[in-house]
Write a protein that binds this ligand. Structure first.
Ligand SMILES: C[S@@+](CC[C@H](N)C(=O)[O-])C[C@H]1O[C@@H](n2cnc3c(N)ncnc32)[C@H](O)[C@@H]1O
Length: 216
C-alpha cells in the first residue's frame, strides 16, 4: 500500500504535461495493481454508475484521462459499448486498449483543443482534475466536444486544492458554456485505512435546447 500511495504523491509532483506523461508511462504497467488491488479504488465505478443513472447505455461517451481504462471497464460492465478513450500517456492508453472496452484510443493532451467534433453525449473524467494533472482550462475543451445538452461528469478532490476547478466551472457557467454544476456528497475513493482525501462527483451540461437541469 505504501508503494502505491508514494506513486500517487509522485504523479502529483509533476511540473508539466510532459513530466506527467512520462511519470504515467512509467507507472502504467502496475497502475491497476497499485490503485485497485492495494488501495481498493472505487472512484471509477462510482463515476460510471452516476453516468448510467442519467443516460441510456446506447450513448456515445468520451473517457477523458482514461488511464488504464478502469472507467471504461466499469461503463462496459453497465452495458455501454460506444466509449472512446483519450489520455496523455501512450503507455496508459496501451493498458486501456488491452481491456478491449473502447472503440477508440487517442493520445492527446486535454489541455489543448481536442481532435473531435461536438459528437459525444457524455464526457467523463475521473481522477484527472487534481494536483499536478490537467489544467482547469481543459474543462472547456471537454465541453466543446459534447453535443448540445451533453453531460460532463468530473471527479474533484473535496478539499481546497480543487478551488481552481470550481472557479473555472463558475466562469464557464457565467459565459453560458456550461449549466450550473451539481456537486455530489464527498466519498472515500480508497479503502478507509489509506487516510486519503475524499472525492466528489460534479455534473453539468453543455447548454442546448431547454438547458438548465441535470436530469435525463
Ligand atoms: C489518476 S489517473 C485516472 C485514470 C482513470 N480515469 C481512472 O479513474 O483510473 C489520471 C489520468 O489522467 C491522465 N491525464 C492527466 N492530465 C492529462 C491531460 N492534460 N490530458 C490527457 N490526459 C491527462 C493521466 O495520463 C492519467 O492516465
Amino acid at each position: 500500500m505504501n508503494e502505491a500511495l508514494a506513486r500517487i504523491e509522485w504523479v502529483y509532483a509533476a511540473d508539466s504535461a510532459e513530466d506527467l506523461r512520462d511519470r504515467y508511462d512509467v507507472w502504467a504497467e502496475v497502475y491497476d495493481r497499485h490503485v485497485q488491488e492495494a488501495l481498493g479504488y472505487t472512484g471509477a465505478q462510482r463515476a460510471a454508475a452516476e453516468l448510467a443513472r442519467l443516460l441510456p447505455a446506447s450513448v456515445r461517451v468520451l473517457d477523458a484521462g482514461a488511464g488504464t481504462g478502469l472507467v471504461g471497464a466499469a461503463l462496459n460492465a453497465l452495458g455501454f459499448s460506444r466509449i472512446c478513450a483519450v489520455d496523455l500517456s501512450p503507455r496508459m492508453i496501451g493498458q486501456a486498449r488491452a481491456k478491449a472496452v473502447y472503440d477508440g484510443h487517442v493520445v492527446a493532451d486535454i489541455g489543448h483543443p481536442l481532435p473531435f467534433d461536438p459528437e459525444f453525449d457524455a464526457v467523463i473524467a475521473c481522477g484527472v482534475f487534481t494536483i499536478g494533472h490537467a489544467p482547469a482550462r481543459a474543462i472547456g475543451n471537454l465541453l466543446d466536444v459534447l453535443r448540445p445538452d451533453g453531460l460532463l461528469c468530473l471527479t474533484l478532490r473535496a478539499d481546497s486544492t480543487a478551488v481552481r476547478f470550481h472557479e473555472e466551472l463558475s466562469r464557464l457557467e457565467t459565459l453560458k458554456r456550461a449549466t450550473r454544476p451539481e456537486f455530489f456528497p464527498p466519498f472515500r475513493c480508497f479503502s478507509e485505512d489509506t487516510g486519503s482525501t475524499s472525492l466528489q462527483i460534479v455534473l453539468c451540461r453543455r447548454p442546448g435546447s431547454g438547458a438548465g437541469d441535470i436530469g435525463p
